[in-house]
Design a binder for this molecule. Structure first.
Ligand code: AMP
Length: 412
């Protein structure tokens, strides 16, 4: 069995890891760390929850701590770009945890908060800078820092950055980096655009696939409930009555739905909070902290806001609405069943979402087992939907239908 001490990491890093009670490296860590230590470019296909943050942070810290050549204390030598503020804050925390015994400095910048403290921090100087792309470019254009000493650039959750429309920002940033650098790209999935990004900016990368794209963890028990839209709130309330639902993450497609679900839960006296793009950074952090501490046991989130949620022991993920992007299903349910724990993923599907379901099942290459809503809600009665309503589709579902039809035609 590989141990961290077999990976040739600096003893100060090993000491910090033992304080984190990490005993053995996860598969992505075992495979990535030796390659990244040698200075190779790296393309890692791995979901969150696999330990991928440490897979790039540990060798990055090691290389910086060994670097005796170009120490310029005022400018970043490594940058880590990540899609959301929560994820940026989380990576920053990991840097401080794993690198606490190294003489290195770590900073984080993201939008939605006052930029002044971030500018002050940049003027003082940092070795490793974690950032979301928008604020990064803002402060770069204001000349708060320069990229001329960057030796390593990490693009984390690249597929998510793509989904969120950050691709042009990423391209602008990477084009300004020194030619001679190491580039590490991590993504949960490998759509064509990410392959293109890799071809464009990575130099003969070592490629490691830890999980095939769109593979749901086997530690997550998945169930599907056929209900109508008007019944979802009641089913959710009934499910939440069960003691096993100790820490529950509910996903909705829209910000509006997230707020409405929260309001509905309040009426049923279930304490919950919503996090989505319209909430301020402070509101999001407060909600996330309450969820982590167990002050509230239900957090309602949209996909975009969910990315940084690394909360241990989420017992249930409930897809109140099915995601419009099939891979989103895998991301969502990957929030539970982490670090060896078992988790449950319940998905509600109404008559308008059946085509989304079809695409999800195609993507995960399995049918999600159906459970009757009566199991949780004894008075549940299915509502009959007129035939004409059954074929109604959301615009996104129509888009995916057209896409799959095109694919079918071209492979025929
Ligand atoms: P990540 O995929 O980076 O979001 O990591 C998921 C969780 O696993 C985080 O809470 C990490 O602290 C934890 N973790 C990462 N590596 C290890 C390890 N080798 N042993 C135990 N836990 C780990």
């Amino acid at each position: 069995m590989t141990r961290f001490s077999d990976l040739n990491l600096n003893t100060s890093i090993l000491k910090a890891l033992s304080e984190q009670s990490y005993k053995t490296p996860t598969p992505i860590q075992q495979q990535a760390i030796p390659h990244i230590l040698t200075g190779n470019d790296f393309l890692g296909i791995a979901q969150t929850g696999t330990g991928k943050t440490a897979a790039f942070v540990l060798p990055l810290l090691h290389r910086l701590s060994e670097d005796r050549t170009s120490k310029n204390w005022h400018l970043p030598r490594s940058i880590i770009l990540t899609p959301t503020r929560e994820l940026a804050a989380q990576i920053h925390k990991k840097l401080k945890d794993y690198g606490k015994y190294l003489k290195l400095t770590y900073g984080v910048i993201f939008g939605g908060v006052n930029e002044k403290p971030q500018i002050h921090m940049l003027h003082k100087g940092v070795d490793v800078l974690v950032a979301t792309p928008g604020r990064f470019l803002d402060l770069l254009q204001q000349k708060c820092f320069s990229l001329k000493y960057v030796q390593c650039c990490v693009l984390d959750e690249a597929d998510r950055m793509l989904d969120m429309g950050f691709l042009p920002d990423i391209e602008r940033i990477v084009k300004q980096l020194p030619q001679c650098r190491q580039t590490l790209l991590f993504s949960a999935t490998l759509p064509k655009a990410i392959e293109h990004l890799s071809d464009q900016f990575l130099n003969h990368p070592v490629r490691i696939d830890i999980t095939p794209p769109a593979t749901a963890s086997k530690d997550v028990e998945q169930s599907l409930f056929f209900v109508q839209k008007s019944q979802k709130q009641e089913l959710l309330r009934n499910i939440l009555k069960h003691d096993a639902c100790r820490r529950v993450l509910v996903f909705t497609r829209t910000k509006f739905a997230a707020d409405r679900v929260c309001k509905g839960l309040k009426k049923g006296e279930v304490a919950s909070s919503a996090i989505h793009g319209d909430k301020s950074q402070r509101e999001r952090e407060r909600a996330l902290n309450k969820f982590k501490l167990g002050t509230i046991r239900v957090l309602v989130a949209t996909d975009v806001a969910s990315r940084g949620i690394d909360v241990a022991d989420i017992t249930h993920v409930i897809n109140y609405d099915l995601p419009e992007e099939p891979h989103g299903y895998v991301h969502r349910i990957g929030r539970t069943g982490r670090a060896g724990n078992r988790g449950c993923a319940f998905s509600f599907c109404d008559s308008e979402e059946k085509s989304l379901l079809k695409h999800i099942e195609k993507c995960i290459q399995k049918e999600i087992p159906v459970t009757s809503a009566k199991v949780f809600w004894p008075d549940f009665e299915p509502i009959r939907v007129p035939e004409s309503e059954k074929t109604k589709k959301t615009p996104r579902a129509r888009f995916y239908n057209a896409k799959f039809a095109r694919k079918k035609r071209s492979s025929a």
